[in-house]
Design a binder for this molecule. Structure first.
Ligand code: PMP
Length: 315
């Protein structure tokens, strides 16, 4: 099969259609007010097995449905049904490379009026070839953002709400245009929350520490996976608690994680080196394990993956 790198299809209005047909009006409520939610998944291509593995689709779709519920979007699909639709879509595309998958659920009514009730909901999914999200995965240079993370009492950060990503976009662009790879974001109370679109861990004295789900973080699926791998495979204890800014300066290692970012080491914060300023050994081991797992090379964790292609049955 020839290599291709363009999106040809989307799931739209209940069926898989050519991408040109997956269009919405400028009057769409969600386009005007950010009243939608999204997800972000990855599919990893394993050339040895000629297989595309979707990473934890059930967990992603469960969070997608919960994000939607926060803004009164009632999805008529279960995580199993969405996973099924997604595998159909990816098979139709015929991808043979790593891909990124974007489901969206949104207020679709063409109407002026800021509200969430009495509006129609819609769901769409598309996918595209995708590589790295941060260039410097083994040694990112980050800053502390002057912006604060959206608060649960303003726009819930635990939901992937489209409108809330104006916050992430401000954070990311100010960091990148100031010469950094990414930015660490504080909550209004001054504790560390997360990055613009990734969760954060610090390693200090052999313990991995990450902000709790009550620190205005997205309840990351990679975050949860790494907590399990740190504990069960690397035997590094994990603690969820608030993190002060200066603890990060004293950390031995810091890394960020998420579907886009995957697992990237942070080795410099503004003018300060983290640890010895190089990729640390725990981060390196965890990265190696993570990439082995997502590409289907660790039998114990095959349960995290859903294969897209099914072997043809010879009659
Ligand atoms: N925080 C934010 C704000 C994000 O957008 C993301 C990416 N979805 C993450 C954290 C990481 O979450 P996950 O591991 O589920 O991709």
């Amino acid at each position: 099969m020839a290599q291709k790198n363009q999106t040809n299809y989307a799931f739209f209005n209940g069926q898989i259609v050519p991408i040109e047909e997956a269009k919405v009006s400028v009057m769409t409520h969600s386009f005007n007010y950010g009243t939608g939610v999204f997800g972000g998944l990855r599919g990893y291509w394993n050339a040895d097995e000629e297989q595309l593995f979707i990473f934890r689709p059930h967990d992603h779709f469960k969070r997608f449905i919960q994000s939607a519920a926060l803004i009164r979007i009632e999805l008529r699909y279960t995580p199993e049904e969405l996973t099924h639709i997604l595998t159909e879509l990816l098979r139709t595309e015929g991808w043979r490379e790593n891909v990124y998958i974007r489901p969206l659920a949104y207020k679709a009514t063409e109407l002026i009026g800021v509200k969430l009730h009495d509006l129609d909901d819609a769901v769409t999914i598309f996918s595209l070839p995708f590589g790295k999200y941060v260039e410097n995965e083994e040694g990112a240079h980050v800053c502390f953002s002057a912006w604060r993370r959206v608060d649960d009492n303003a726009i819930p950060a635990r939901g992937k709400i489209i409108g809330a990503y104006a916050n992430s976009a401000l954070i990311k662009t100010d960091a990148v245009l100031s010469g950094y790879d990414e930015a660490i974001v504080l909550n209004e109370d001054g504790h560390i929350s997360e990055m613009s679109a990734a969760n954060i861990f610090i390693i200090r004295d052999g313990v991995a520490i990450t902000p709790p789900v009550t620190s205005n973080v997205l309840e990351g699926i990679v975050r949860r996976s790494l907590m399990q791998l740190l504990t069960d495979e690397l035997h590094v204890p994990v603690v969820e608690r608030e993190i002060d800014r200066t603890e990060l300066y004293l950390a031995d290692e810091v890394f960020m994680c998420g579907t886009g970012v995957q697992l990237a080491a942070i080795t410099r914060v503004e003018h300060r080196a983290i640890g010895n300023g190089k990729l640390g050994s725990t981060t390196r081991q965890l990265r190696e394990l993570f990439f082995q797992i997502v590409s289907g090379r660790v039998p114990k964790y095959r349960g995290w993956l859903t294969p897209v292609y099914v072997a043809e049955v010879v009659q």
